[in-house]
Ligand binder design. Structure first.
Ligand code: PHE
Length: 371
């Protein structure tokens, strides 16, 4: 039987206590029956609804008609009941909320699982790891630096003075709105990984042997052999008595480790502001073996020359050491060599891919082939 508010004739303390206790007990019991949000709503309406809720009735049937001498006590009782009911409703609401948010979900363990294809290393990253591995086995460690660089690290400290024409060869992408800053602090997208040579020499005293992988940017419209973003690996070795012979020996070994022991290397004079002397390194074409021909056809990757250019290199220019002299790089006591290669081009040649853009389009059908 649902609880109804009785009329009171006896206003003694004991009678008030009994009636109040029964009312609260009834409310507590009904709270346990709340199963849904709808139940909760009717429970609230029934107990604290303004119009005909139990609490309103308690007010009307017990408090209003109470004789003068019992008014005070009846008022206190009714207040107790109000607080108790508010408490019970509050608890019921919390319980509902907890139940409705708990995941009531069952799993059919007999269903087959969802097969997720296993990813593969991207061909450019794979080539990068191979190159880094060769140098790590020679005792080199890996250093990195920021892609958004200052004019100072990308140019000035690498011996490209302001307005030097060699800056033009870099097709630099500049960050907008930097004119208010002094030139050396202006930001740009690094055009090569060479700024990390300076950053590393500022942090580590000689001797050092490091390779620096990373992305670089140049204002080149994308085509089969160009991309505004590409990857380089830089190398730097500084110690006492490092010679051009060390440079040749190291790179010759690295090329054999990468392309096979029958590959030959060949150095041609070149120019970079931060190395002196500078050279370009060529390897015998690993597609045609240096013959310039593939059967009766001309070999395309080496343009029939039998040689492929793989990197720029040279002995660190003393002017570069001047910028980090205070950290132990006095050009009178140390010497070193540096090199930098374009990883994407090497990956193209290695995998016989005929368009650089495939590397950056993210087409799974292309990438799957390297899994
Ligand atoms: N930074 C040069 C480039 O991007 C390559 C290079 C690195 C040359 C180190 C010499 C020494 O073309």
């Amino acid at each position: 039987m649902a609880y109804t508010v009785p009329t009171l004739t006896d206003y003694s303390t004991a009678a008030l206590e009994k009636a109040g206790g029964e009312c609260i007990a009834a409310c507590t019991a009904e709270a346990t029956e709340v199963r849904s949000d709808l139940d909760l709503k009717s429970f609230r309406d029934r107990w604290i609804g303004r119009k005909n809720g139990v609490l309103t009735q308690v007010n009307d049937l017990w408090l209003k008609p109470a004789p003068k001498e019992a008014k005070r006590e009846a008022g206190m009782r009714v207040n107790e009941i109000r607080t108790a009911i508010a408490d019970i409703i509050d608890k019921a609401e919390h319980l509902r909320l907890e139940l409705s948010t708990a995941a009531i979900e069952s799993v059919d363990i007999s269903l087959p699982g969802i097969r997720r294809p296993i990813g593969a290393e991207h061909p450019v990253i794979k080539t990068m790891h191979e190159i880094i591995g060769v140098f790590q086995r020679l005792g080199y460690s890996v250093a990195e630096g920021p892609v958004v660089e200052t004019d100072y690290y990308n140019f000035e400290a690498l011996n490209f003075p302001p307005n030097h024409p060699a800056r033009d060869t870099q097709d630099t992408l500049f960050i907008a709105g930097q004119q208010a800053k002094p030139q050396r602090e202006r930001l740009l997208l690094r055009t090569h990984t060479s700024p990390v040579q300076i950053r590393t020499m500022e942090k580590m005293r000689p001797p050092i042997r490091i390779v620096i992988p990373g992305t670089v940017h140049r204002n080149d419209p994308p085509d089969a052999s160009h991309s505004p973003m590409f990857h380089q690996i830089e190398g730097l070795a500084v110690d006492k008595n490092i010679t051009f012979g060390d440079l040749k020996g190291t790179l010759d070994h690295a090329m054999k480790a990468l392309f096979g022991s029958s590959v030959k290397t060949h150095f041609r004079p070149s120019f970079f502001p931060f190395t002196e002397p500078s050279a370009e390194l060529y390897v015998t074409c690993f597609i045609c073996g240096g013959s310039g021909k593939r059967g009766a056809d001309p070999c395309r990757p080496c343009k029939q020359t039998g040689w492929i250019e793989v990197l720029g290199c040279g002995m660190v220019d003393p002017n570069v050491f001047e910028f980090v002299k205070d950290n132990g790089y006095d050009p009178k006591t140390v010497s070193g060599f540096a090199f930098g290669m374009g990883v994407d081009r090497l990956a193209l040649l290695k995998y016989g891919v005929d368009d650089l853009q495939y590397f950056f389009q993210g087409d799974v059908r292309f990438l799957e082939q390297f899994g």
